[in-house]
Design a protein around this ligand. Structure first.
Ligand code: BGC
Length: 496
């Protein structure tokens, strides 16, 4: 009897245990590879995570490259060229008159008209944005500058200033070797521009010729500058501690205020100011292989199909022209390995540039477990049958790519803050990536704090439309300096 009871109990317990086991296995089977696929995904993406040690190393190499760039002897071999901008004088409030600004450097270009006066620094401000079709961005230099001159003419006619001679500040956001405030030779195109017969030539001259050719407007180019310089100038107007101008948009670059004694490349300029803005052109950092230790296969594959292959490698890890494309490449690679999007609809992502950088910001804007926006985005891209887990993975990839970009940019800013070595430095920042991404600023601030020398402090301030307004201000300062010089010469003639 006891034996029978023992067997009945044994059977009952075994079946209960069996049922438990069945449910556990069944439960695991509904998520059979979640755990392992997350791990595999993380492993595949691990190189996109920058360790603190590597970020410090990036900052160290960057400092060496900047020092090389500033010196005559080593400039040739430096990736960071540190071009003198010939912008040395900041606005002093005595600028007056109407000034035009032209801002060229991304997918659109803008024209602005600013009226500066004695009381208010900027009394009047009107602007227009003109699209720059792909066809023009990749055609000839002549077509590009004729198109710009035509839009300028339309603008001055619209605002009825076409009969006046108006000084213009030209923000041309590409690497240029400047030989003066109004002479800037394009070194090489970046950000997908490929117009022929512009590299090696003076862009101020090309634009001035295109304007003259039309004979219907009278515009005088007073200054050519980079967008970083414009950004710094327009903020320095209000904040004297502003010593760095930074752009994280379609491309990336920074400029900073350097002491003349450290600038061996500056010559032929009679100005007696003891400082000068240096356009670092840091986007080219890494072109000599110095960032290979952190570049991934995704970066290499992306670079191999760009119009400037092997160039602007730091920029290609940070800026808006590339971040979405990196995310797309990671997602495709994960899908091919069966780690995300289990149906074949992922093939819609095979098209280059399909995943725009702004989507990263839209996806990361929502709280961790809110997938509504991500679902809409994936649907619009053409994906079907995706799960919440897929959305979480997309978000994870976006985070990796944007964090890496923010940390790389932070390494650059920290390097400049350490180089300037002043107690408090204000950094004027502009650019769509910085402005639209919900965490970019915070991530950068965190990292910069860890990287700067103890005792130094900084502040990142947003400089809305600095590149446009800055150009008008530089033109205004140049105009004031010229008027003051004429006045000085006149006085000399009268009294000597
Ligand atoms: C250009 C820089 C520019 C930056 C941001 C880079 O591609 O080389 O001159 O400042 O983009 O627009």
């Amino acid at each position: 009897m006891d034996l029978a009871l023992y067997y009945i109990n044994l059977v009952a317990y075994t079946s209960i245990a069996g049922m438990f086991l069945f449910f556990i296995v069944k439960k695991r089977k509904t998520h059979p590879f979640e755990q392992s696929s997350w791990e595999k995904m993380e492993k595949k993406c691990a190189k996109l995570i920058l360790t603190n040690k590597n970020i410090k190393r990036v900052s160290g190499i960057m400092l060496e490259e900047i020092e090389m760039g500033l010196r005559q002897k080593s400039n040739k071999n430096a990736d960071i060229k540190c071009y003198p901008t010939y912008v040395r004088n900041l606005p002093n409030g005595k600028e007056k008159g109407k000034f035009l600004a032209l801002d060229l450097g991304g997918t659109n270009f803008r024209v602005l008209l600013i009226q500066l006066g004695e009381t208010a620094p900027e009394k009047e401000f009107v602007s227009r944005e003109f699209p720059l079709p792909d066809l023009i961005r990749t055609s000839s230099g002549e077509a590009l500058f004729d198109h710009i001159a035509e839009c300028l003419a339309l603008f001055v006619k619209e605002f009825k200033v076409d009969k006046e001679i108006i000084p213009l500040g030209f923000t041309f956001s590409f690497p240029c070797r400047q030989e003066g405030l109004t002479k800037a030779k394009l070194v090489q195109w970046t950000k997908g521009f490929t117009c022929s017969e512009v590299e090696g030539r003076d862009v101020a001259e090309l634009l001035q010729n295109a304007i003259h050719k039309r004979k219907d407007v009278h515009i005088k180019i007073m200054a050519v500058l980079n967008d970083t310089t414009g950004t710094l100038m327009s903020s320095a107007y209000k904040q004297p501690n502003c010593k760095i101008g930074l752009i994280i948009g379609t491309g990336t670059n920074a400029c900073y205020v350097e002491k003349i004694e450290n600038m061996e490349l500056l010559d032929g300029d009679s100005d007696d100011s003891n400082q000068c803005i240096v356009n670092t052109e840091w986007g080219a950092f890494g072109d000599n292989g110095s960032l290979d230790f952190i570049r991934t296969d995704f970066d290499r594959a992306l670079d191999s199909v760009t119009s400037n292959r092997g160039k602007q490698l730091y920029e290609k890890m940070i800026s808006g022209k590339y971040l979405g494309e990196i995310v797309r490449r990671v997602l495709v690679s994960l899908a091919k390995d069966g780690l995300i999007f289990k149906d074949s609809s992922y093939k819609c992502l095979l098209e280059a540039d399909k995943f725009k950088t702004k989507l990263i910001s839209e996806i990361e804007k929502k709280p961790e477990n809110d997938f509504t926006d991500c679902e809409c985005i994936l649907e619009e891209l053409g994906l079907t049958d995706f799960t919440h887990e897929d959305c979480a993975k997309v978000r994870y990839v976006c985070q990796l790519v944007s964090r890496r970009a923010a940390f790389m940019a932070a390494a650059g800013v920290a390097t400049l803050i350490n180089k300037i070595n002043e107690k408090h430095v204000v950094v004027a920042v502009d650019g769509t990536v910085y402005r639209l991404h919900p965490h970019f600023r915070h991530l950068m601030e965190q990292k910069i704090k860890q990287l700067i020398r103890p005792g130094l402090s900084f502040e990142l301030i947003l400089s809305e439309d600095g590149s446009g307004r800055g150009a008008a201000l530089v033109a205004a300062v140049a105009d004031r300096m010229k008027r003051e010089e004429i006045y000085r010469n006149l006085l000399k003639k009268v009294f000597l």
